[in-house]
Design a protein around this ligand. Structure first.
Ligand code: HPA
Ligand code: ZN
Length: 323
């Protein structure tokens, strides 16, 4: 089953393009752009005790992206790498807050990413769209500004918005204006929540922000009533089991992850890598390790892959083509 899961066509809905940067690219862009790294080999930093510890390394990796060409290279390499593990379609997060604060233009960032995605698609046939993530650490005004600029640019590759970064001490409801504007602009909406916050925060992201999906959603399992509601309404979760172990340190081993409990409860729980290069993961490994840890059959894994298609923001004809 091992090779078959590598070849199985897979969709990914929770992958940060910056977290998919090859370590050698981090080094080369840092040198080219005069960004000082605290170590010669960036992978020495790739061990995390918590989400917030991970985020400080993620921000360092992000800081090497300066020119439009850097964004194009990142997008191109990340899709080529994932295509090698059977990913046929992705909705990729990018989180431009610190680049915008440093004076980069959203139009250049999106143009660079789009150029890289198009080149990788032409070469591999693996497609990808974008989700512009609000960085919670930059606050609600920056979030609203990002959505406002998206409304002005209306970039074709950007399907919607999300929200990532720290969950500690942040009330998700404070981003309600940004999400309301996104809805008015016809943008799709998701949000990271429940990686490091209680189930009540997940309910806020759905009920107050109007999110259609939840990224991670780990703590949902604390609230049986909310689990029943998510299962009944087929509200997707983009779950990243190996990331939860390597980044959030949420469980000592994969066997203790609630992924099978989520599936058993009828949740639309998809499988994703989150930040593959920064955690030494790929989507083939994600599927293999989950199948092995939880004793899933090939048919179970196909059902998970098909749930990825259902949870995607593709239109119905594109979904049918992937099935
Ligand atoms: N959670 C929050 N912020 C992030 C993540 C994540 O999993 N990956 C990159 N930024
Ligand atoms: Zn994430």
């Amino acid at each position: 089953m091992i090779d078959v899961l590598e070849l199985l066509p897979k969709v990914e809905l929770h992958c940060h393009v910056e977290g998919a940067m090859r370590p050698e690219t981090v080094g080369e862009l840092a040198r080219a752009n005069g960004v000082g790294l605290p170590v010669g080999d960036v992978t020495e930093l790739y061990r995390y005790g918590s989400l917030d510890e991970f985020l400080s390394v993620f921000w360092l990796v992000q800081s090497v992206l300066v020119t439009r060409g850097d964004w194009a290279r990142l997008a191109y390499e990340s899709v080529v790498d994932a295509a090698g593990h059977g990913r046929v379609y992705a909705e990729l997060f990018f989180t431009p807050a610190r680049h915008l604060a440093a004076g980069q233009r959203l139009a250049d960032i999106v143009a660079g990413l789009t150029e890289g995605l198009e080149a990788a698609e032409a070469e591999t046939g693996s497609r990808a769209m974008l989700i512009a993530d609000i960085d919670r650490a930059y606050g609600p005004a920056a979030g609203l500004q990002l959505v406002t600029e998206l409304g002005e640019l209306q970039p074709e590759r950007v399907l919607g918005i999300g929200m990532d970064s720290t969950e500690l001490g942040v009330d998700p409801a404070s981003f309600r204006e940004a999400y309301a504007l996104a809805a008015r602009l016809g943008l799709r909406r998701t949000g990271h929540q429940g990686e490091n916050s209680p189930a009540s925060a997940i309910a806020t992201v759905v009920d107050v922000l109007g999110a259609e999906r939840i990224d991670h959603g780990l703590s949902l399992m604390e609230d049986a009533e909310l689990v029943r509601r998510f299962a009944g309404e087929r509200i997707p979760l983009t779950v990243c089991p190996n990331s939860n172990i390597r980044i959030a340190n949420a469980f000592p081993s994969l066997e203790l992850h609630p992924y099978p409990a989520m599936r058993k409860a009828g949740l639309l729980a998809t499988l994703n890598t989150d930040d593959p290069a920064m955690t030494d993961l790929d989507l083939g490994y994600e599927y293999r390790s989950v199948a092995e840890a939880f004793g899933y059959t090939f048919d179970d894994m196909v059902a998970i892959a098909l749930d990825g298609v259902e949870a995607s923001w593709l239109d119905d004809s594109d979904k049918a083509a992937l099935r």
